[in-house]
Design a protein around this ligand. Structure first.
Ligand SMILES: NC(=O)c1ccc[n+]([C@@H]2O[C@H](COP(=O)([O-])OP(=O)(O)OC[C@H]3O[C@@H](n4cnc5c(N)ncnc54)[C@H](O)[C@@H]3O)[C@@H](O)[C@H]2O)c1
Length: 398
């Protein structure tokens, strides 16, 4: 049985359609549902205003009757008209849904509103959903695309550094629920990701910082030259007009994809190098009741992971200090509010329970080198907290 989907890319082949009888008397038919989810990431300064050049041919190839852009109120005011115009020029009928932005809206209510908008606007089985925004929009729009009418094709146009370097690629989608971040979600690979670094010029500096946490993370997991270039640029990185953002984003994406493709659906292991900063970071995020941004929590998480490396003797104090210093130069937090020390430990206990197993923090050793560490004991946590809490931190504490 051959199944060729409209894209011509999803091909399942079940070799035999007869049941075979096993020794235990049961009959068995092996069903193949292999699915190819390959996609391109297209990177070009100015691409958003010329998005039709990519999305027009894609819509034609997929047989899309039109596109539905999903964005948030802030991005809509800045960038929606040019993307709508670009699609119109390419002859793609377009409708746009503008959501309220921010993490607080990454929930079931927003998702339900989006499904209702899809229905009101006549979104059909093959309408191309275009997620135009940061990680919140790409998570919610991707979720809606994955679930509406059993799945619509979608494209991502990330507008924050965090989304260009991380959230917009990899196909992970999710919403927060019952007070737990990303409790509901899955994988729905985009058909294409369009990255335009010039969109970052309108980003508030704090949002740029949040994105650099993920950029520093992949740099720490990448070639020492990439990390070294970030270290040399320092605070100048926060000026997207004069920085070569294309080079920064290109290197971050390439490294993320390199680390991702061995296990894109996290089926082999949950212990991924890309989780650097996220073991402690997620706990800090939940302990702070999401008052701290995702990137800020990842930065604190990396500082804690580096401190753990020093405690365990896997990371030299100089290396740990260098990483923490880079995050600090970018204006990212590297210290834990003393009020969060207890709640972060409880959050770690909760994560341990959800994983049904030990924590496996990724410990940075040097650029391009890391170890997946053993679980953290209460005593170690207290030592880390001493190194990393506000007021007590000085570079000599390392
Ligand atoms: N799915 C994944 O693999 C993955 C990975 C990392 C993070 N995430 C998720 O991403 C989310 C964080 O993403 P984010 O930091 O992009 O947040 P965000 O989407 O909330 O965007 C941050 C703010 O910037 C504004 N904004 C976006 N683009 C802009 C632009 N070009 N100019 C001016 N303002 C702009 C937005 O309106 C918003 O107010 C979190 O929910 C996190 O869980 C998902």
């Amino acid at each position: 049985v051959d199944v060729e989907h409209v894209s011509g890319r999803d091909v399942g082949r079940t070799e035999h359609t007869e049941f075979t009888r096993g020794a235990d008397g049961s009959e068995r038919l092996a069903v193949s549902v292999r699915r190819r989810n390959d996609y391109d990431i297209v990177l070009r300064a100015g691409l958003a205003a010329q998005a039709g050049e990519v999305l027009g041919p894609l819509a034609a190839r997929l047989g899309c009757p039109g596109a539905c852009i999903v964005t948030d109120d802030v991005v809509a005011a800045l960038h929606l008209p040019s993307v709508e115009a670009a699609l119109a020029v390419a002859g793609v009928p377009v409708t746009s849904v503008v959501l309220s932005g921010g993490e607080a809206n990454k929930d079931l209510h927003t998702l339900s509103e989006l499904w209702a908008q899809f229905q009101m606007r006549g979104v059909r089985r093959r309408t191309l959903v275009v997620a135009l925004g940061g990680g919140v929009v790409s998570d919610v729009a991707g979720f809606a695309a994955a679930t509406y009418m059993r799945g619509l094709p979608h494209a991502v146009m990330p507008t924050t550094l965090l989304c260009q370097a991380d959230a917009g690629i990899g196909g992970k989608i999710g919403i927060d629920h019952l007070g737990t971040k990303n409790l509901l979600g899955g994988f729905h690979q985009p058909r294409v990701v369009l990255v335009d670094p010039t969109l970052l010029v309108t980003l508030p500096v704090q949002q740029l910082r949040e994105g650099y946490a993920e950029v520093v993370k992949v740099a720490m997991l990448g070639h020492p030259n990439y990390y070294g270039a970030l270290r040399a640029a320092g605070p100048a990185l926060l000026d997207p007009v004069h920085q070569d953002m294309t080079a920064i984003v290109r290197a971050a994406i390439a490294r993320k994809i390199e680390l991702l493709t061995a296990d894109p659906y996290e089926t082999v292991s949950l212990d991924r190098a890309l989780n650097l900063g996220h073991c402690f970071g997620h706990a800090v995020e939940s302990a702070s009741e999401y008052s701290l941004g995702h990137g800020s929590c990842v930065a604190i998480g990396m500082a804690l992971a580096a401190a753990l490396g020093v405690e365990r003797g896997t990371t030299s104090p100089e290396r740990a200090c260098d990483l923490v210093g880079l995050l600090d130069l970018l204006g990212l937090p590297v210290r834990l509010d003393p009020a969060l020390v207890g709640p972060t430990w409880w959050a770690l206990e909760h994560i341990r329970a959800v994983r049904n197993g030990p924590l496996r923090p990724v410990i940075p050793v040097a650029p391009g080198q890391w170890v997946i560490g053993d679980d953290v004991t209460r005593g170690e946590w207290e030592a880390l907290a001493r190194r990393c809490v506000i007021d007590e931190y000085t570079s000599t504490a390392w």
